[in-house]
Each structure stands twice: as structure tokens, then as C-alpha cells.
Design a protein around this ligand. Sequence first.
Ligand SMILES: C[S@@+](CC[C@H](N)C(=O)[O-])C[C@H]1O[C@@H](n2cnc3c(N)ncnc32)[C@H](O)[C@@H]1O
Length: 283
Amino acid sequence: MASTDPPALQQNISLPGDGLDAARMPGHWLLARLGKRVLRPGGVELTRWMLDALAVDPEDRVVELAAGLGATGRLTLARRPATYTAVDRDPAAVATLSTLTGPGPTEVRAVRSDAAATGLPDGGATVVYGEAMLTMQPEPAKRRVVREARRLLDDSTGRYAIHELCLLPDGLAPALAERITADLRDAIHVGARPLTPTGWSELLADEGFTVTAQKTAPMALLEPRRLVDDEGLIPALRIAVRALRDPAALRRVVHMRRVFRRHSAHLGAISLIAVPTPAPSQP
Ligand SMILES: C[S@@+](CC[C@H](N)C(=O)[O-])C[C@H]1O[C@@H](n2cnc3c(N)ncnc32)[C@H](O)[C@@H]1O
């Protein structure tokens, strides 16, 4: 059966986190090492909703922040935008992203930079989105990334989308939110700081956006059904076999899944679509 991996991985370009200890490395790179390519909480289904809501078309100039291994990049390229720029701070991710090509005439670029300071031109994009990346930033960095997205977007035609972890419901007791955050950090070895749906909306509003649509989905990243939906049956079985053969990786996956399950009533995935808020007209 043909490999579903992107060309870079078939060519054995190294993966982010190669050489790191499975017991300590960031959870998303551990999952990537096992063969997982969809590394965001709402899976491909919520990503497809996000791309449909963004209505990417051949006129669009798209910037993806923290594009990872390019799984969403490939879905975006299938929509044949005019340009697609993938940004990530991880050099191995950028090496993978730089092998992306579209089925159409899209001009494709991969840029290594912080999503909060991409160096890309003001107003040069009509679509900016990022998935599973704001959650891992501390509060000031979350704001800087959203502000950067606003700077990149064209004032009149711009659309912005995020796809992140969220805490449920709005008004969750702060002590419980703190415990969930600590358990997540412990399991995925990355500072995870999800917000409630209102918290995410307020963050975007504070940085110059008006939210136009929102969708939530269960956080089921490591549930068998979602694994098969996201990766396909054979790749999902390969991921399971690789985990079973690697005791340190298996312990980490079991720990992550246990934490996701323990807090399943209060953890979800969320995608928000937003447009630049018009500047108030001068009297
Ligand atoms: C959980 S992975 C998600 C990758 C991809 N968006 C996806 O959904 O499959 C997080 C990605 O964010 C990138 N990242 C995290 N913080 C970043 C930042 N401040 N600037 C650029 N990339 C960042 C990491 O290098 C990694 O590729």
C-alpha cells in the first residue's frame, strides 16, 4: 500500500524531536515519531470546517502559523490559493514544509521564524490561520501571535482562524482549570494553557478581531476512532504497533490519554473564525 506520509518523510528527512528521549520530549513530537501526522485537538474534521469557513480560493494569499508537518498545508494547497506560506520555528518542521507542493500554480514558501515575528509584510495575506500552537504559549506570547496575525492581514479582505484546546464550560472554577493545566503540562511536557471559549473570543477581540463563527468538538486526539478518522486505518495500526514496541513511548501515550480522559468533561477542541475589526470612523 502507498505511504500516506508527505514526500519529505518518505525521503527520511529527520523529524522534529529526533534524538530526544521519549520519556521527556514534547508530546506532539513523540506522536509524530510514532507516525501521527494530525497533531491538533479537533482532528481533521474540525480543520476541514475551519478551511470551509475561511473559504480559501485561488485569489487568496495564505499564511499558516506553526504549520508543523504540513498536514493542513496539503489540504489548503488542494484549494489552489495564489500563495501559501508555512511558518514554523522548528528547523526540522521547516525542512519538511519546504517539500510541500500544490496540485495547482500556488507559489509555496516555508519560513523559519517565531509566529509572533514572522518578518512577512504588513497586510500581505488574505488568510492567516494556526492550529494547536496558541495553547502552548504563555499569555503575553498568545497576544503577540494574534497581533502578528492582525498585522499580516489585509484590512478589508482578511480572515483569521485558530484551532486550539479549550476549557469547558465558560466560568470553569479557576482551581479546576489550574489542575487541568498542570496535569496537561505533566503529560505533554509542554506548557499547555487552554482558554475557555469566551477566553479565546476575548483574546481575539482584544487584538483587533471580530469573531464571526465558532465550532467546538470533543478532544479525542488519542481515541481509536479519531485516530482512524485522522490518519486512516493502516497508518493508525502502524502507530499502535510502533507504540507497543517502544515501552518509553507507550508509557507516555498511556499517560497522555489517561489525562485527556480524566478531564474529558472539561476539555474540548475549538475553532474560531474572525475578521479584522474596522477602525472606528473619525467624527
Ligand atoms: C502541536 S504542533 C501543531 C502542528 C500543526 N499546526 C498541526 O496542527 O498539525 C505545534 C507546532 O507549533 C510550532 N510552534 C510552537 N510555537 C511556535 C512559535 N511561537 N512560532 C512558530 N512555531 C511555533 C511547533 O514547532 C510545532 O510545529
